[in-house]
Structure formats: C-alpha cells, structure tokens
Unconditional design. Structure first.
Length: 254
C-alpha cells in the first residue's frame, strides 16, 4: 500500500499507510510489527499510537524515540515557569492544559514521589503570583508531616481536629464563587463567554495530601455540629471540583 513518512520534530515521525490491500481495522493492529521492523540508527524508535482518518482511508502511526530522556532539569524555581499560565510543564514535551483539564487525582504507594511531583506542579503555578481576583494556592497536610512545616500550609489544630482545614476549604469555595460571578458579569457585558484566562485571572489550586487519612478525621453528621462533619467536607469538595475549573480553581488529591 502507499506509505508516507513525515518528520514532526527531531524525535518524532508520522507514518501514514493507505487502506488499499487491507482494512483500516487490520492496519490498526500492526503497531508491534512496525516497531520490531525499525532497525539501524532508528532502533530506539517505536510506534506509540495509531489513528484512522475520518473517512477510514488510511492509518497514521506516531513513531517516537522511546529511549530519549524528556525529564525537566532546572537550576532554579524560575526554570519551572511556563510562558503560558494555562499550561503546567511535566517534561520537555508534556503539559497539563488547564483550559481543558479538570482536577487531578495522584495515586501511588508510600514514598513513590507523589508529593515531590505535586510540589513541582505548584511551584510552576506560584510563578504567576496572586491576581486581583483572589487566586490562591492552599496546601493541606492532615498528618502534620513535612508539608505542614511550610509557612501558611494548613493542618489539624492542637487537639487533632480538622476545623482549620474545613474553614480553609470554605474560604477557597467562596473565592471560586466570587470569581465565577466576575466572569458571569463580564460575559453579560460583552455578549460572549469570558474564560478565566481571558479575564486576567491566574489559576488557583487546593492541594489535599493524604486524603484518606483526612476523611477519617471528620465526624459523622450530628445535630448541632455546626456543619463540621464528613458530609459537609465531601459536599464542599464536590462543589469545588465540579464548579471550580470554570473559574480557574483546581483540586489536587493525593
């Protein structure tokens, strides 16, 4: 069949194969064959993805150097800053696009590097400082471990209660509501939907470390508890996650 190869960058190629002698469905299955056939100076390359065109006339494979080191290496915190506040760098080629992403769940075993990775994300966000609409980065550490030693991080009180954490979450939720009201007003004035990045807003993040441990600190609902209970905590978190992204507010749960 007709085959075309196009160089995307120094480590990536696109290989397009026309569906002439076989079906698109069969062409989509041959990634292992293509990868094992690449040899010589390109032996470190492999087919990492495949996609059929809309008319099902051809299949395009993405061929990449799978051995290249794409990790970020910086000499200072400033090196983590992205030229675009809506994109958080993960490595030299990968970004979290906050225009299309929602909140983030980070899972892994103890000492696997979850917190270190999240700190890198937050350091990138902090490079843009506060905006005039109350942008914020809040770190919650219920275990009173190393994160709780950071100035302004939130942890349990002296009695082991999570009241300060609940208070901070309500504050974050209130800020998201205020930011959304600003966006709604701007949208009404312009006649078009105004996004948070167009309204000179910077992203806000609520980082909850040790989420499972934190949930165990909240009591079950009881009469006269003033809203300090597990149901209120989960309700506030759900509202922030489902409604916060449109106002530039995101949650990271570890």
């Amino acid at each position: 069949p007709p085959v075309k190869c196009r160089k995307i960058n120094r480590t990536t190629f696109e290989l397009s194969i026309k569906a002439v002698s076989c079906t698109v469905e069969n062409l989509l299955k041959i990634a292992p064959v293509i990868s094992s056939s690449i040899s010589g100076k390109y032996k470190q390359y492999a087919a990492v993805s495949s996609e059929a065109d809309e008319a099902f006339n051809s299949v395009t494979y993405r061929i990449e150097d799978v051995m290249i080191d794409k990790s970020l290496t910086v000499d200072s915190v400033e090196g983590l800053k992205s030229p675009d506040k809506t994109k958080i760098p993960i490595d030299t080629e990968t970004f979290i696009d906050l225009k299309t992403s929602g909140s983030i769940l980070v899972a892994g075993k103890t000492r696997s590097g979850k917190t270190t990775g999240i700190i890198a994300i937050l350091l990138a966000v902090l490079q843009f400082w506060r905006d005039r609409h109350g942008s914020n980065v809040i770190i919650i550490d219920p275990k009173q471990a190393e994160l709780s030693r950071i100035p302004h991080a939130v942890t349990v009180n002296s009695n082991g209660g999570a009241e300060p954490i609940m208070e901070k979450m309500k504050e974050f939720e209130a800020t998201m509501k205020t930011r959304q009201e600003v966006l709604n007003r701007l949208s009404e004035e312009t006649g078009n939907a105004v996004k948070w990045w167009d309204a000179d807003m910077n992203p806000s993040f609520l980082f909850i470390d040790e989420y499972v441990a934190l949930k165990s600190l909240f009591p079950k609902p009881a009469k006269g508890d003033g809203g300090y209970n597990l149901t209120s905590f989960e309700g506030s978190l759900k509202r922030i996650i489902t409604m916060g992204a449109s106002a530039g507010g995101f949650v990271i749960i570890s």
